[in-house]
Design a protein around this ligand. Sequence first.
Ligand code: GDP
Ligand code: MG
Length: 296
Amino acid sequence: AASYVGFDSITRQIEKKLLKRGFQFNVIVVGQTGLGKSTLINTIFASHLIDSKGRLEADEPVRQTTDIHPVSHVISENGVKLRLNIVDTPGYGDQINNENCWDPIVKYIKDQHSAYLRKELTAMRDKYIVDTRIHCALFFINPTGHSLRPIDIIVMKKLSEVVNVVPVIAKSDSLTPEERDNFKSKIRAELVYHNIRLYPFDTDEFDEDELKHNDSIRSMIPFAVVGSERNVIIDGKPVRGRKNRWGVVNVEDERHCEFVYLRDFLLRTHLQDLIETTAQIHYEAFRSKQLLALKE
Ligand code: GDP
Ligand code: MG
């Protein structure tokens, strides 16, 4: 079905485990204003909202500040509920002077780790800690077709030290398929060149299938996406899409863009791993550093 997301396909056992701990998924979106962050988030999640009016946030005027604001939702699919926190970071990288523009974002992510650690260390701690740790940073790349901006490289590097970073090419309908594929390889080469270690990470415990799966994800990153909050008519049927100067784009058609791959990746194939990697790699690194500092 058009509204298919996939987290309902998580096995009952995992679901039970996750629900007990609070099945909570926290995503931060990072990128320049106007790159389609809010639109994409709404394209992915809005049809699954059960606690508001069908849009994840109200339209607001463009904000120039870098205030970071989380919005909580509950989404559901076939009776499986997922608590979703979307953290918007308006205005990132828009300033003339972008020096340290990533600081508030990195700080926000660390603050969540810190809050979690404090709760963990409380003697009479709650059985299940409310988890606001960010599981995924969707990083929006301007679809220039040329290369990453130096600021993007710096910010991706900073972010990748504290969170799972998943880059996407925003508004990829503005590129021809050929431009898009060239841009993707170019970006992948730049990420390697600058030694930016992005999610997914391989571990020793992985079997061949899991390693292969990660490779296939790596070969797809950055996902070239298109978002839309409107329907267009294709072959007499309304579909999530946009009209552009080349014709109509069906957001959910893999021949048009990689939206479906991103959605599957986020909410089906890698949802649990994003959550676990956050706890086991990013949070653990933060935690051991803090505890070491306490001892000194
Ligand atoms: P944000 O500032 O990053 O949150 O961007 P918005 O989601 O508010 O989108 C900014 C503008 O870009 C709006 O007019 C959207 O309709 C448009 N837009 C969003 N996604 C796409 C896309 O994938 N392709 C195209 N062509 N336009 C888009
Ligand atoms: Mg926005």
